[in-house]
Design a binder for this molecule. Structure first.
Ligand SMILES: Nc1nc2c(ncn2[C@@H]2O[C@H](COP(=O)(O)OP(=O)(O)OP(=O)(O)O)[C@@H](O)[C@H]2O)c(=O)[nH]1
Ligand SMILES: [Mg+2]
Length: 224
């Protein structure tokens, strides 16, 4: 069983080494075959060089996080595809839950900061408020029971990757995936996840600009 880990990066030179190393260590310990795919947005720093040194495959995408994730997921050869951030917010050990969710027969397994056992050290007030509002909106429209929405630590079966034909180029991607998974009647599981604070460097998400993008993404799916 091959596990593919897809990591979008933009100027993460202080973080990417740790993320790739911890991921490889975890998957080696569990004796999984794996590939780690970095989808880089043409970083101006040493992200690519460092990721390569740690054994990751590199592909490039010049649009945004959403477009990078789509490219990486379509490139992945694994029967389980995991997406994670490059800023050390996601803990490699938690990957066990994401892998086992797919092994148990689910198509999309979504980390949630708001299930018992989960949490966050990286969510200012307005983002928490926005996320809560979007979760309610999506649950209302699609009769889902999500506890979280805009969180990128997830796993997918081959079928899941194939059926999710996403269009978001930027930070609307997580919401779009959650909605399309429900629309496609995929088997969805949430597992608790703790989001650590970004280790180093600047976050790229802008709360109000990207909040607007996420709202437009949800409304587009209502119409479509
Ligand atoms: N390829 C690519 N990756 C991106 C782009 N923007 C962000 N990323 C990556 O996507 C992941 C999530 O971005 P973050 O900036 O950490 O977003 P966030 O976690 O919502 O924001 P912070 O809490 O401030 O860290 C990180 O691994 C980024 O390096 C982009 O335009 N292209
Ligand atoms: Mg982050």
């Amino acid at each position: 069983m091959l596990v593919s880990v897809v990591i979008p990066t933009l100027n993460e030179e202080k973080n990417i080494g740790t993320v790739v190393r911890d991921t490889a260590d975890f998957l080696n310990k569990r004796r999984y075959d794996y590939e780690i795919i970095i989808v880089d947005g043409y970083s101006a720093d040493k992200t690519v060089e460092i990721a390569k040194k740690h054994g990751a495959k590199i592909i490039f995408d010049d649009k945004g996080k959403g477009s990078a994730l789509k490219k990486g997921m379509n490139h992945a050869k694994g029967s389980i595809v995991i997406t994670m951030d490059a800023d050390c917010s996601h803990t490699a050990k938690e990957m066990g839950l994401l892998i086992e969710g797919i092994e148990a027969g689910f198509d999309v397994c979504m980390g949630s900061r708001f299930l018992q056992g989960g949490g966050t050290a990286d969510m200012p007030f307005y983002r928490r408020l926005g996320n809560k509002f979007f979760v309610r909106l999506v649950n209302l429209f699609w009769k889902t029971k999500y506890s979280d929405l805009c969180y990128g630590y997830r796993s997918f079966s081959k079928k899941g990757v194939k059926l999710l034909e996403t269009e978001s180029e930027g930070f609307g991607i997580e919401a779009e995936i959650a909605i399309k998974a429900a629309k496609s009647k995929l088997r969805i599981l949430e597992v608790p996840s703790f989001e650590k604070a970004r280790n180093s460097g600047a976050g790229k998400l802008r709360t109000f600009r990207d909040g607007w993008v996420i709202l437009k993404t949800i409304l587009k799916e209502v119409g479509g």
